[in-house]
Ligand binder design. Structure first.
Ligand code: GLN
Length: 446
């Protein structure tokens, strides 16, 4: 598949051909179920958009029944920025309902298959975007990452996925899940395209009160894979990962050393605290964010005799099981009597996690870490919600701390399944992140 860098050089006629070709290929690979809807009427380089980002005049489903029939009345800021750069939303990609999940199995529109092995999940929640790129039915895509939803599907499908520093990319027009954690980011075929797309979508936006008003340099124009870094590795993390992941980790360390980087052992506190702090925070925020879907303002409305029954039936029928579980748990941890014991405590743990990363970044420029404990798992193999939550152990700390991170393919296991690892950088140091990732990518591909 043509890269974003190449596609940006095409003229109008060539782009028309490209879109025709893309549409044909999407049709041929329909069984993957990577897309929820298509619209080829826009002008520009076609880009796949996760179905929780608003595109004016187009449905935005969040892969939920509750948004059935809802049409976005405005463009998300990232969509405006894409248009300015001559990119055109082309298809809406499948996801876990309201981005809650790690496998894309909770979509109301059915699961997406992993193009590398149809019996396995593509990861989640941005599983449609990752599968589309891996199957060569998208050039680039946007995903969103609250606790790993860009990086983990990227790792499971063998593509590149990047989560910017919290506040770097406007969340205006992104359906809110965990507002203090959510970031939109690029999903691409390679590191250079990720830098290009990151440059296009990032920047201060007064429409998002959490957007950071910090100076923005164009990373793609300053990419330098020759810079040498001190890279932290985390022995107490890697010991719990599968053999496949450990092997890839060693391979990446060798490649980084070969490229001239210095490797330094660091330690981070047991990631079980990340799981607890993340799920309490994300569910608390989700329970308030999702209260707006009441049958009055958006999409689906159930038939009912009176207003109260309408609310109840709409929410009972409109939300899937996982979303309901989170609304209930989120409401519980915010309820008086439990607020201090759960929510406040989680915020204290979150502060500790932030402080810990801050300390580690006093002695290293980047951290190398697994993205997930295993390669892509089989459909239905996670038997309980808790088992699924635990698989997010390596990605959520980054969101709690608001750091930028990039997941890139490093290895394949004996069955040919991709293994991705992530690099993590300090706040707003995306240049170092991309330079390090490019250096690793080039050394591995040599
Ligand atoms: N798997 C995590 C969750 O379910 C992260 C999802 C995401 O990043 N949107 O919350």
């Amino acid at each position: 598949m043509i890269t974003l860098k190449e596609a940006l050089k095409l003229d109008k006629g060539e782009l028309k051909e490209l879109k025709k070709d893309l549409k044909k290929k999407i049709e041929e690979k329909k069984e993957l179920n990577a897309y929820i809807s298509l619209d080829e009427s826009w002008d520009g380089v076609p880009i796949a958009i996760k179905d929780n980002i608003q595109v004016d005049g187009w449905s935005v489903t969040c892969a939920s029944k509750i948004l059935q029939g809802y049409v976005a009345p405005y463009n998300a800021t990232v969509i405006e920025k894409l248009k300015e750069a001559n990119l055109a939303p082309f298809g809406r990609t499948n996801m876990d309902e309201f981005a809650m999940g790690s496998s894309t199995e909770t979509s109301y529109y059915g699961k997406t298959l992993n193009p590398k092995d149809f019996s396995r999940v593509p990861g989640g929640s941005s599983g449609g975007s990752a599968a589309a790129i891996a199957a060569k039915i998208a050039i680039v895509a946007l995903g969103s990452d609250t606790g790993g939803s860009i990086r983990q599907p990227a790792a499971f499908c063998g593509i590149v996925g990047m989560k910017p520093t919290y506040g770097r990319v406007s969340r205006y027009g992104l359906a809110a899940y965990g507002s203090s954690l959510d970031q939109i980011g690029p999903m691409t075929q390679n590191v250079e395209d990720a830098a290009l797309l990151y440059d296009i979508i990032s920047g201060y936006d007064p429409k998002d009160s959490t957007s950071a008003n910090v100076k923005k340099e164009l990373v793609s124009q300053n990419l330098n894979p020759k810079r040498k870094f001190k890279i932290g590795v985390v022995p107490n993390y890697i010991k719990d990962a599968s053999k496949d992941i450990q092997k890839a980790y060693d391979k990446a360390i060798d490649a980084l050393k070969e490229a001239g980087h210095e490797i330094k052992e660091v330690s981070l506190m047991d990631a079980k605290y990340d799981i607890a702090a993340y799920y309490i925070t994300a569910m608390a925020e989700a329970s308030t964010n999702l209260s707006r879907y009441d049958g009055v303002r958006y999409g689906f409305r159930a038939e009912a005799k009176n207003l109260k029954e309408m609310y109840q039936k709409t929410r009972s029928e409109g939300f899937g099981e996982e979303v309901k579980r989170r609304i209930l748990l989120g409401t519980f941890v915010l309820s008086s009597g439990y607020y201090d014991a759960y929510y406040i405590k989680a915020q204290k743990v979150r502060s500790l996690i932030k402080d810990e990363y801050k300390k580690v970044f006093e002695s290293v420029d980047l951290i190398l870490s697994p993205v997930a404990p295993t390669v892509a798992f089989e459909f239905g193999s996670k038997k309980s919600p808790l088992e699924m939550y635990l698989s997010d152990v390596y990605t959520i700390g980054v969101n709690l701390a608001g750091l930028p991170a990039i997941s890139l393919p490093v290895d394949e296991n004996s069955e040919g399944l991709p293994v991705g690892l992530q690099l993590i950088a300090n706040h707003f140091d995306e240049q170092t992140l991309f330079d390090g990732a490019l250096s690793l990518e080039r050394t591995l591909n040599r």
